[in-house]
Ligand binder design. Structure first.
Ligand code: UDX
Length: 470
């Protein structure tokens, strides 16, 4: 890896993720990349969804005492209302005080003669305003890690415009209307806070990324130049006016030695790799909807029969809690018989390994940003079924901008699913999609080479961090 060891522990950087899988993963990956560049690294975390320090011997961990666990668990269990859970995490009582005390202690250690490296800055998840305020109160700069795409950051900063221009609230009649200020998005791709039980909370959460970025000393994006060139250029220009530099350092999972096992909160079932070894090369569809998406029992049944009727081999992740109101859903009657020998269902996969396996030829995904980057890096074409927030943006980009997959729109229905799977994995359209996915894979690989754009961005980021430590 370029730049490894070029500076030995010249400074310390503290990092704090929002305590959910899709946010913890890229923050730990960033921690690993900065540690490999010679920085001392401390990860601040909550007791809720705490990472396992024994998996990261090079990093230090500090638990921030607060009341976050109860607040989040109350909303995240069972119903998994993501918006409410995120709000509880952001608003958690005691969070700011806990972060301030942890940072103050790290700063003191760094000021001792001949002691620990000096604390240069705090890297926060884009939603953590409380942590940013705590750092600012101590005179410590913050950098913001965006765990979604650059396109999504642009959308989240555009809600005033979307309401002013009448795109939102969305109406049945304008769902297909292109949002000409944010191509290729259409109104139906916009996460619409007016549909939430509490619109104000939705809008507040959407605005956090712009808020923390505007008060930051730099914005870090888990994306790469060849994937989002236009979006990055616009953001770069806008933030340059405020003297805020940006760093596009993705895909982070390939810029660090920290692997999927090191970041996963659930145990990964590795027996699926042995099963994949028994399958023909390039024929299996991998199906997973990440760590927070829920489906209804009816949708679950349609997915099951869509997979069965497609006739294609598949590996399906049914994580506990995936189906609303059911801890461990039963597969429909007759399903196991129908798919015998060509279908495997597991609770949680070693996803990065699965996507890299030669048997995989398609990825049915919810388009969480980490999953999307993992699929892109392996050149796996996608069947996209986004559910909420940034996933809707990414689904549109997959189909219309990058053209590396098919977007499954509307109600989930077995006939439609079967048709989409067949289209993706066979036929002329599918072949063209596969070719483009392969092209994108090559671009992703180039950006992580030593002279690649993402490696250089990590070098620039380290320089920025060192510039704070005086
Ligand atoms: C959430 C949001 O849904 C997503 O839109 C946002 O971009 C980040 O936060 P999540 O839904 O969990 O994240 O999706 P994703 O971002 O794709 O992250 C899931 C992670 O879990 C991936 O890194 C994936 O490799 C891992 N995973 C998933 C496993 O290790 N095993 C699995 O079986 C499934």
């Amino acid at each position: 890896m370029a730049g490894v060891g070029r500076r030995r522990r010249a400074a310390r950087v503290a990092l704090m993720p929002l305590p959910f899988q899709g946010h913890i993963t890229p923050m730990l990956q960033l921690a690993g990349a900065l540690h490999a560049r010679g920085l001392a690294v401390t990860v601040l975390h909550t007791a809720f969804n705490a990472p396992d320090p024994t998996r990261h011997p090079g990093l230090s961990f500090v638990s921030v005492p607060d009341a976050i666990a109860d607040a989040v668990a109350a909303t995240a269990n069972g119903g998994a209302d993501r918006v409410a859970a995120m709000n509880a995490a952001v608003e958690a009582p005691g969070l700011a005080e806990g972060v301030r005390d942890a940072l103050a202690s790290l700063m003191r250690l760094g000021e001792e003669e001949g002691g620990e490296p000096r604390l240069a800055c705090l890297v926060i998840d884009a939603t953590l305003t409380a942590a940013q305020k705590a750092a600012s109160g101590l005179g410590l700069p913050t950098l913001v890690l965006h765990t979604c795409s650059a396109a999504c950051f642009r959308l989240f900063g555009s809600y005033d415009m979307l309401y002013d221009k009448g795109y939102l609230p969305a109406q049945e009649s304008n769902l297909l209307l292109p949002v000409k200020e944010l191509p290729p998005l259409q109104v139906r791709d916009l996460f619409d806070p007016s549909k939430l039980p509490n619109k104000e909370i939705g809008l507040k959460l959407l605005n956090l990324a712009s808020e923390t970025t505007a008060s930051s000393s730099g914005a870090i994006f888990n994306t790469f130049g060849a994937l989002e060139a236009q979006e990055l250029e616009i953001i770069r220009n806008e933030l340059a006016a405020k003297r805020i530099p940006i760093f596009a350092i993705g895909p982070l999972h390939k810029l660090t030695s920290i692997d999927g096992k090191g970041t996963s909160l659930l145990n990964q079932d590795c027996t699926c790799i042995e099963w994949l070894d028994t399958q023909e090369s390039g024929c299996v569809l991998y199906v997973s909807f990440g760590s927070v998406v829920n489906v209804t029992l009816d949708q679950f049944t349609e997915i099951a029969w869509g997979l069965a009727n497609s006739g294609k081999p598949f590996l399906w992740v049914v994580r506990p809690g995936l189906v609303l109101g059911v801890e461990k859903p039963e597969l429909p009657e007759g399903f196991e018989c129908a798919v015998e020998g060509r279908g495997k269902v597991i609770e949680w996969a070693p996803q990065q390994e699965v996507l890299a396996h030669s048997a995989i030829s398609g990825f049915w995904t919810h388009n969480g940003w980490n999953s999307t980057l993992e699929g892109i890096f392996e050149g796996v074409p996608m069947l996209s079924k986004p559910h909420i927030g940034d996933q809707l943006v990414t689904g549109r980009y997959v189909e219309d901008r990058w053209k590396i997959g098919i977007l499954l729109e509307g109600v989930l229905e077995r006939g439609k699913i079967e048709k989409a799977i067949t289209m993706l994995m066979e036929g002329k359209d599918g072949m063209e999609i596969r070719e483009r996915a392969k092209d994108m894979k090559e671009k992703a690989q180039l950006c992580r080479e030593s002279s690649g754009s993402s490696q250089q961005a990590v070098d620039n980021l380290v320089d920025r961090i060192l510039s704070f430590s005086g």
